[in-house]
Design a protein. Structure first.
Length: 372
């Protein structure tokens, strides 16, 4: 049984809020093919956390978050600057910014750990996350920033939608696409920064990408995708917090990431339109349909040689010019009332089957007489 104590409520609320905000903003990152941007920003935020502490010598969440937002935003801005003004592609620019900022952050973190002060302990938890250390003040900061991010996303919904799908069209409408792009990246930076203490620098990108990737399998509408992504993220945060509370020595951050990974796996397999399982089932149905149409066409060819178009023919003769499995195809045609099986392996067309075979012949072979 789960005891809803104060610590669990704080961790659960913070994790759920983090999943919601990450899922909503991650949808735009995935649709704009900037999935790796989350990874670069989360790593770029580490030196900001360290600088925030060095300037104030205090682990107050507001100062750490502001420092992380600053360096994360600088990292995102530099990625955009490199792509626009150099021959490097976005993946190379992301790799450069990620490694440089993360290396700088590790240097600062090592420097901080050498300072003889008790207040510096615990900063290394930002590398892999430590949700159990969340305080009420941390959740308040996360809530305020999350509410701001979600509100601004709602206000600029149409603009973000346009630049996500057709930047050139948005520019023709007079929208400041570069500023909007920078503004959206800033919101993504904030959504990443508020989750660093919970999930950590290394795993934060998963919470940006995974909920949106799962939601994308279920819908083709942006509004539905954003809502589903936020729901998957929030549910994963809640479940991850609950599991880590019930199972000893189970870290919250990695558990949240594993939970959302399960949602992605289920979505990839069972989503109605894009799921691999349903895709395979549709493939089997299409293949069986093609085989059935082929057998109808074969019966049509045989019927043209006889005075009686409904004269039954041996299945072996039909199979010789068609593709199997013939029995399964014939059984399906029999259920539809297109063929009859008077005895043994003899199969013949019905009136409705003859009409259907003419349509099939026109569709598959372009037969001119099938149109009459």
């Amino acid at each position: 049984m789960i005891t809803l104590d104060y610590t669990l409520m704080v961790v659960g609320l913070g994790s759920t809020l983090l999943g919601l905000v990450s899922g909503v903003l991650g949808s735009f990152a995935v649709l704009r093919k900037q999935s790796l941007l989350g990874d670069a920003i989360s790593h770029a935020a580490l030196p900001g956390i360290c600088l925030g502490f060095l300037v104030t010598m205090d682990k107050s969440p507001i100062f750490l978050v502001l420092g992380a937002i600053f360096t994360g935003w600088v990292g995102a801005f530099l990625v955009s600057l490199i792509v626009k003004n150099t021959v490097l592609k976005q993946d190379a620019a992301l790799g450069v910014i990620l490694s440089v900022f993360f290396g700088f952050g590790l240097v600062l973190l090592t420097l901080i750990q050498s300072i003889p002060a008790a207040s510096q302990s615990g900063l290394e938890s930002f590398l892999f996350g430590s949700a159990a250390t969340l305080l009420k003040s941390d959740v308040i900061v996360m809530s305020v920033l999350g509410l701001i991010v979600l509100s601004l996303t709602s206000i600029f919904w149409k603009e973000f939608k346009l630049i996500s799908f057709d930047t050139e069209f948005a520019a023709t409408l007079g929208l400041p696409t570069s500023k909007l792009d920078l503004f959206l990246n800033t919101l993504i930076v904030i959504s990443i920064v508020i989750g660093l203490q919970t999930v950590g620098v290394v795993l934060m990108s998963a919470l940006i990408i995974a909920p949106a990737a799962a939601a994308r399998q279920w819908t083709d509408k942006l509004a539905h995708m954003v809502l589903l992504s936020g729901f998957f993220g929030a549910l994963s945060g809640c479940i991850g917090a609950m599991l880590s509370a019930t199972i000893p020595n189970l870290p919250t951050g990695p558990t949240i990431v594993i939970t959302i990974s399960v949602f992605v796996f289920i979505s990839l397999l069972f989503a109605p339109n894009r799921g691999l399982v349903w895709g395979y089932i549709r493939h089997l149905k299409d293949r069986n349909n093609i085989r059935a149409k082929t057998m109808l066409a074969n019966l049509r060819l045989f019927s043209e040689r006889d005075t009686d178009p409904f004269y039954p023919h041996e299945l072996s003769a039909l199979t010789a010019i068609g593709r199997g499995p013939a029995k399964k195809a014939m059984a399906e045609l029999h259920e539809q009332g297109f063929v009859v099986n008077p005895e043994g392996n003899l199969w013949g067309l019905t009136e409705s089957g003859l009409a259907a075979s003419k349509l099939v012949e026109a569709e598959m072979f372009g037969g001119s007489d099938a149109i009459s």
